[in-house]
Design a protein around this ligand. Structure first.
Ligand code: PMP
Length: 392
């Protein structure tokens, strides 16, 4: 029987489908948005899980638990957020099964069929999937090299009456762009003036390789929902994220989560709480920054000799991605089989668009390869792009 209900709008994520093709060991993949596995703190996490599964608390850590999440973990995450300039208490937080679940919960709580969501374009494609699955209508707000343009958002608010604005303001997926402080203030002010919610999806904010941190949109605003994740600073297999929301909405979100999965894995939360209390996460993140910075630099250095004249790209201050725009007329979806034949992979840009895709765009992830592999992969990409008629 064909699927009914909201899943009839669902297609598989093209990135996931692509990852299947790039698993051949000879392929140098710039496709997946994965953290580098060799940099996971296996020793620290093993010790945390060992302790979480030992007496005295081991049995409780295997039991059902409150939907809001592990109290110690919430306090530790809140203290980190406060330390980074976003005053937060454990009571402001709901622990989620990755920030992807936070997106689902927010969607269920706030978006009925026909609701309108405003997004920057291009944007995180699994967020687009999530909104569409709920039957919401996604409208694009004009964006430039600094991210969403507040004046355009104001026009979209007046014309389309969205109930939600979705943003990845810091080191965005897929562009790597960061929204400047003035625009953050302007967007938060628009949300307050028009009484709508902003989702600030922030899994990459701590992965900064240059420049100074910028205050989150959620600072001082009761219209911003802030989503954090352990995936890029810890390990994504833990499936741990958190959602910071004003009390009234948090209560609703707790009920929605209860209906979805009762609570996030008790043992994983307990291990994360032990890890955060015992390990020096800031030192670990400093190590990630050093490694990823040199990987980003290798990719940026290779781009001029990789791409045809007239190509532009972002030079991100942090995160995982470089966004490339080939000259007009290029088709990166059409060119992908040629790239794969050269044992190199990227993600075509089209699926990241909510409206009309720019077929000349592609996303490169620099995190999972060493600088030497990046240089080799970019040389392969240069050959693929040079030999493929769809990009000339
Ligand atoms: N939001 C953005 C912008 C992402 O890039 C990702 C992961 N690729 C997620 C949310 C989901 O992350 P997780 O569920 O692992 O926390």
């Amino acid at each position: 029987m064909p699927p009914t209900g909201s899943t009839k709008h669902v297609t598989s994520s093209p990135v996931r489908d692509l990852l299947a093709l790039t698993s051949r060991p000879e392929v140098i993949s710039f496709a997946g948005g994965l953290p580098a596995p060799e940099l996971f703190d296996l020793t620290g996490l093993r010790m945390a899980f060992h302790q979480a599964l030992s007496e005295p608390a081991g049995r409780d850590n295997l039991q059902y638990a409150p939907t809001e999440g592990n109290r110690a973990l919430r306090s530790l995450v809140a203290a980190r957020m406060t330390g980074k300039g976003l005053p937060t208490t454990g009571d402001d937080l709901l622990i989620t099964t990755g920030s992807q679940q936070a997106l689902t919960l927010v969607t269920s709580a706030l978006l009925g069929p026909g609701a309108v969501v405003a997004v920057e374009e291009p944007t995180y494609l699994a967020a687009l999937q999530c909104f569409r699955m709920a039957g919401a209508r996604v409208v694009a707000v004009a964006s430039d090299e600094h991210g969403m343009v507040p004046e355009s958002l104001e026009e979209v608010i007046k014309a389309e009456r969205p109930s939600l604005v979705y943003l990845v303001p810091t080191f965005a997926n897929p562009t790597g762009r960061t929204l400047p402080a003035e625009r953050r203030t302007a967007i938060a002010a628009l949300a307050a003036a028009h009484d709508l919610w902003v989702v600030e999806d922030d899994p990459y904010g701590e992965l900064r390789y240059r420049g100074e941190p910028i205050a989150p949109l959620a600072v001082g605003s009761d219209h911003v929902l802030h989503l954090g994740s352990f995936s890029k600073i810890g390990a994504p297999g833990l499936r741990l994220g958190w959602l910071r929301a004003p009390e009234s909405l948090l209560r609703t979100l707790v009920i929605v989560k209860q209906a979805a999965d009762l609570h996030t894995s008790t043992i994983d939360q307990a291990a994360a709480a032990i890890y955060l209390a015992a390990a020096d996460l800031d030192a670990h993140i400093a190590g990630l920054r050093t490694a990823y910075r040199s990987r980003r630099d290798a990719m940026i250095a290779a781009l001029p000799s990789t791409t045809p004249p007239g190509t532009t790209w972002t030079d991100p201050d942090g995160g995982m991605f470089v966004w490339v725009t080939l000259p007009e007329g290029a088709n990166t979806t059409g060119a992908l089989p040629t790239a794969l034949a050269h044992d190199v992979a990227y993600v075509p840009g089209a699926p990241f668009y909510a409206t009309t895709p720019d077929q000349a765009t592609l996303r490169l992830s620099f995190t999972t390869n060493t600088p030497a592999r990046i240089t080799e992969g970019m040389a392969r990409l240069a050959e693929a792009l040079g030999g493929d008629r769809s990009v000339r």
